[in-house]
Design a protein around this ligand. Structure first.
Ligand code: FAD
Length: 511
């Protein structure tokens, strides 16, 4: 079922809203986070919430990333809501289109459409000390000029990998050919027979390079750091398996749990890089088996510890790089000219199109966000020493604000949906506690947040992201881990399963 905005949709769709009214919760985003939050609220009996979405369709990551070959690195049976199993996944590793369809089905099944305002981009959020509510400014085709939506809580699910990162390369603006980021794929550009440059070799690039290598005239891949890659055990899910999932209770759950445990075993290596020897042995075997040319093999061999950057899974990336029309260059980019890229070794590569596989703003994603908490505290001021939250969710000085997949709640080894579900449960407990205590604001105690983040940084010391000899999007400019959860997901689940009332302060008259 398509969840795009029909032309006749009214501007405000939830009955609880109206001039001067405040929703129980304003949710931002219709990715897994925002939708998971909405479903959690409904299940706990809260229905007066609104979901603000800047696009005109649900789906988040899986709506935006439409590049050829786009798919998930975690198996479908695990990368899905635990409460919404789908028995008829077509493949072990789902592609973008099937994930988007799944998300739309979840929206329909849970009656979320009526809560969503499409074309409503959040441009800022300010806490009103007098009413203990958030005023959320929105703009776009689905918003009235200067409109502010008010909520007694704000759940921000804007996405950890959402803002495309465009590299600061000399002359990039002067390029006269086609140029786009992998998350904003321009399907109008026909790459067949063209000279194409790809910048970056991260998770997205290794998925689209094999797809486009087959049709472009030439492909020059500008690589800064080679990723560690293990084979992708992808296959179709058989009819027998699907029938079992449908008819035999517990089978699908057993698959899911098995996949979860397999993924989770990687975390032992992240804390203890020596344990990753077996996995890095598999990755080296994979490279040696698929790439015979010693020069190319050398370029593709990582010189940092596995796990330092996200370990990737692919069985078709290396073979694509061995094609005669593909060249991997590691010299670095000196400048971009109107019709070429000049490498630092002086080689000039004439190109018709540039595709940026350069990832997303992560630790700096809030640099320009207008979020103002209690007593006029700006998020940039609160985070002047680095972004941090308690359990990635609550930030001292910002009552009733809940970040979904906030700082240090990212994973390099397991399904982000596991974390999202834990965070949703945690937020619901916060709201329940506020209500039970008869208050209008709930805030994490600053000392609790500080203690938690000291623990995060102590756990990160010596862990592979910090000590693995690479730079990655887990780290901020100062090399501090601000994105990765530094322990097992079981640890995260245990910490969020039961909220410790002592961690929070509830105040203000109930409204
Ligand atoms: C290419 C790619 C592959 C990935 N593969 C994996 C994987 O294999 N395994 C894994 O666990 N995770 C993977 N991820 C991470 C993935 O982002 C998360 O798993 C999950 O989808 C995040 O959901 P979300 O709802 O938090 O964010 P998103 O899915 O990014 O959704 C955010 C939503 O918020 C909306 N939004 C943002 N800003 C505003 C605003 N100001 N106003 C209104 N709306 C706004 C966006 O339009 C979007 O719809 C991948 C990410 C990418 C980009």
């Amino acid at each position: 079922m398509a969840a795009s905005v029909p032309a006749d949709r009214p501007a405000v769709v939830t009955p609880a809203a109206g001039p001067g009214r405040a929703y129980s919760v304003v949710i931002v985003g219709t990715g897994f986070s925002g939708l998971g939050m909405a479903i959690g609220l409904k299940k706990s009996g809260v229905h007066d919430f609104v979901i603000l979405e800047k696009a005109d369709e649900v789906g988040g990551t899986w709506r935006e990333n439409t590049y050829p070959g786009c798919g998930c690195d975690i198996m479908s049976l695990l990368y899905s809501f635990s409460f919404a199993p789908k028995a008829d996944w077509s493949r072990m590793f789902p592609k973008q289109a099937e994930l988007l369809e799944y998300i739309k089905d979840v929206v329909a099944e849970h009656g979320l459409e009526q809560h969503i305002r499409f074309g409503a981009e959040v441009t800022g959020a300010e806490y009103d000390d007098a009413s203990d509510t958030w005023g959320v400014s929105i703009a776009g085709p689905g918003a009235a000029p200067g409109e502010v939506v008010r909520g007694r809580a704000l759940a921000a699910g804007m996405g950890p990998l959402h803002q495309p990162n465009v590299p600061d390369l000399p002359g990039l603006d002067s390029f006269e050919g086609a140029m786009f980021h992998s998350a904003e794929w321009n399907h109008d550009v026909d790459l067949a027979g063209r000279r194409v440059a790809v910048i970056g070799t991260g998770a997205s690039a290794i998925q689209f390079v094999p797809q486009i290598a087959k049709k472009v005239g030439s492909l020059t891949l500008f690589q800064r750091t080679p990723p560690w890659i293990i084979p992708k055990p992808d296959r179709r899910i058989t009819g027998v398996e699907r029938a079992l999932f449908r008819r035999v209770p517990g089978v699908q759950r057993a698959y899911r749990d098995g996949i979860y445990l397999m993924q989770e075993s990687f975390v032992l290596g992240f804390k203890n890089p020596r344990l990753l020897k077996a996995a890095s042995g598999l990755a080296k075997w994979h490279l040696n088996r698929q790439v015979k040319d010693p020069g190319l093999r050398r370029k593709l061999t990582p010189d940092y510890t596995m796990g330092c950057k996200r370990t990737l899974v692919s069985s078709d990336y290396y073979p694509a790089l061995t094609r005669p029309n593909v060249e991997v260059t590691t010299a670095g980019i000196a400048e971009v000219r109107p019709h070429s890229i000049v490498a630092k070794d002086g080689t000039e590569y004439p190109v018709d199109a540039i595709i940026l596989g350069t990832g997303f703003h992560v630790t700096d994603a809030f640099e320009h966000a207008h979020i103002v908490g209690r007593d006029g505290l700006k998020i940039q001021e609160a985070w002047k020493d680095g972004i941090e939250a308690h359990l990635g969710v609550t930030v001292a000085g910002f009552p009733n604000l809940f970040l979904l997949l906030g700082p240090n709640s990212g994973l390099g080894h397991n399904s982000m949906i596991f974390i999202i579900e834990a965070q949703v449960r945690y937020v619901l407990q916060c709201l329940k506690m506020r209500e039970a205590r008869g208050g209008s604001r709930i805030s994490v105690r600053p000392a609790v947040q500080r203690r938690f983040n000291r623990w995060v940084q102590e756990k990160s010391e010596g862990a592979v992201w910090v000590a693995g000899g690479c730079t990655s999007w887990y780290l901020d400019r100062d090399g501090v881990n601000r994105a990765a959860w530094p322990a097992s997901t079981v640890n995260y689940w245990l910490r969020t399963r039961r909220l410790d009332p002592a961690d929070f302060e509830v105040a203000g008259p109930a409204r």
